[in-house]
Ligand binder design. Structure first.
Ligand code: NA7
Length: 541
């Protein structure tokens, strides 16, 4: 039976677009790509809510593979908004003629391995099936919305808006009674925008967050010129940094400094904005609770400085998790929102949301009349986007069955039992704690190299050995246990923002430079830890 395509790519975000470029334009393969959205952009196509912006600097959160793109594209803001990032991805897609390989508004509903023919059959919601030797998932890590614990959405007579599926046409919130559920990175971006126009805004907060200033500002023309001329050096600096930007190096420990020196350091980096407060202050913040307490105390003090009402300030001060163990959000005027007369903060930690009613929202102890409810309730991170692809591997084993106790995979890029299936920015990779744009390039470059290698060998399949996968899982758990991540009550880094999801390591927290060194070494040593056409390549001593 003839196989339709060499490769099927899922997704048209940073990962899917770059995969099509590398595998079609560079490797010359026949590629078919699908995306459920109406155009390129991935995350940046779906998340159009007011205030949506990347909280990693745009000059770093971009592709590095093309000199031309880096020279020709000019960011206008230090942290670009969603429309600008979408335009950037459209610009790249056009420059590299990527869109002709995509079918948009087409959702992948199943991906099934045929062991006899050694190919995948990918079925889509338009009723079509396409076969291919390889499948690359660029379905993203934060793209499957979390299933809600409360009910009544269909009873509510007002409008329910989901931040991750925000309507393309403008939504008028002026003069409305709006409720926002969720105070993660998304809620913290959307809340100040809603507060400006709503008649009344009720924020339902379950967990207070250690938000710190984003520090957005325009990119000046001379900065743009400097960057265009120096992008190689900037990118090299990013790739050597734990978080993926050429930030100043931190001092080793917060406990080395006196309280006065620490305060000065935190003031300086609080003022500089974004991830610098984590990346450039002290190197042990995510490893040493006593050090972490110093920044947690500092951030709580700053919240109290900015919020007029002491009771509201108390509610906004996180107490149940160390700083950074839930993904740190960055804000623009967020805390001042609570000094406005039209904004009310409702604590739903002790009095959970029970349901939406016809006229609003009911918690265990109160009822709130609302015209619009905005859900900023987060994602089934890493595993959710893959599970909903309906993946069935060798011997009819589904991904759900294989991952019942948590994700497995060698380097996060491939899983045993799922030959020729590659995952970009998936669980157990370094993605979560690193500049996503660069980490996606690293992953796709590796996948490109692996497929090229298999083909050059005259072989057909590649998959990791069960032993390599097991060892990688143990490495990730061991490293996670060295961090403070397990001390958060609930965090998507550990999977437990979702009720019933296994609480295990979902990330490789060793940093992207180490991750890249490991994956490069795998390539250099002939793919030890993988089986090619069913024969395990020996791992050199
Ligand atoms: P997050 O960070 O997972 O935040 C989701 C928020 O929604 C968080 O405050 C949750 O509270 C809250 N939530 C979820 N379910 C409920 C219920 N049932 N009741 C009340 N509150 C609820 O997702 P975001 O979209 O903000 O950010 C995702 C990523 O985007 C971010 O990490 C960056 O990488 C960019 P909880 O904390 O679980 O108590």
């Amino acid at each position: 039976m003839a196989i339709d395509k060499d490769v099927i790519v899922v997704g048209a975000g940073f990962a899917g677009l770059y995969s099509v470029h590398k595998l079609r334009n560079e490797l010359g393969l026949d590629v078919q790509a699908f995306d459920a959205g109406g155009g390129p952009g991935g995350t940046w196509w779906w998340n159009r809510y007011p205030g949506a912006r990347c909280d990693f600097e745009s000059i770093h959160y971009q592709y590095s593979f093309s000199d031309e793109v880096q020279r020709d594209w000019e960011w206008t803001e230090r942290f670009a908004g969603q429309p600008e990032i979408l335009r950037y991805l459209e610009f790249v897609a056009e420059k590299y003629d990527l869109l002709r390989s995509f079918r948009f508004r087409t959702r992948v509903i199943s991906v099934v391995w045929d062991d006899e023919g050694q190919f995948w059959t990918v079925s889509t919601d338009d009723g079509a099936s396409t076969t291919a030797r390889y499948v690359v998932s660029g379905a993203g890590s934060l793209s499957a919305a979390k299933h809600l614990e409360f009910t009544g959405l269909e009873d509510f007579r007002g409008q329910v808006l989901r931040t991750n599926e925000w309507p393309a046409e403008p939504v008028d919130l002026t003069g409305k009674r709006v409720g926002v559920i969720g105070t993660g990175s998304t809620g913290i971006q959307v809340i100040p925008e809603v507060a400006k126009v709503a008649a009344h805004l009720t924020v339902f907060q379950r967990t207070a967050q250690f938000a710190s200033p984003l520090g957005n500002e325009p990119v000046e023309p001379e900065q743009r010129r400097w960057l265009a001329d120096n992008h190689e050096q900037v990118r090299a600096g990013s790739r050597m940094n734990f978080l993926g930007a050429p930030y100043e190096r931190p001092r080793p420990s917060a406990l080395m400094d006196s309280p006065e020196e620490r305060r000065k350091t935190y003031d300086e980096f609080y003022g500089k904005g974004g991830f610098r407060i984590l990346a450039s202050t002290y190197g042990d913040l995510l490893f040493n609770k006593a050090s972490n307490d110093t920044i947690a105390d500092y951030l709580r003090d700053r919240i109290r400085d900015r919020v007029d009402d002491p009771k509201t300030a108390d509610l906004l001060c996180p107490t149940d998790h160390p700083y950074g163990t839930k993904r740190a959000p960055f804000e623009t005027g967020y805390f001042e929102v609570y000094n406005r007369d039209n904004v009310e903060l409702v604590d739903v930690s002790s009095s959970p949301i029970e349901r939406l009613t016809e006229t609003g929202l009911k918690t265990a102890t109160g009822e709130y009349e609302l015209d619009i409810v905005i859900l900023a309730t987060g994602f089934d991170v890493f595993t959710g986007p893959l599970m909903r692809l309906g993946i069935v591997g060798r011997d009819g084993l589904t991904l759900e069955e294989r991952w019942a106790d948590g994700p497995r995979g060698y380097t996060g890029l491939q899983m045993h039992g799922f030959p020729n299936l590659f995952v970009v920015a998936g669980p157990l990779s370094a993605t979560a704690l690193y500049n996503n744009a660069l980490s996606i390039e690293d992953h796709v470059d590796w996948i490109h190299g692996a497929i090229r290698h298999v083909r050059e060998q005259g072989a057909t399949t590649i998959e990791p050995t069960v032993e390599a996968e097991q060892a990688w899982g143990e490495l990730c758990s061991g490293l996670v246990d060295l961090t403070l991540l397990p001390q958060a009550a609930s965090t998507w880094y550990m999977g437990d923002n979702i009720v019933g999801k296994p609480r295990v390591a979902y990330v490789f927290p060793g940093g992207a430079p180490l991750y890249r060194a490991i994956t490069d070494q795998i390539t250099d040593r002939g793919y030890g830890g993988f089986s090619i056409d069913g024969s395990a390549v020996p791992v050199p001593p």
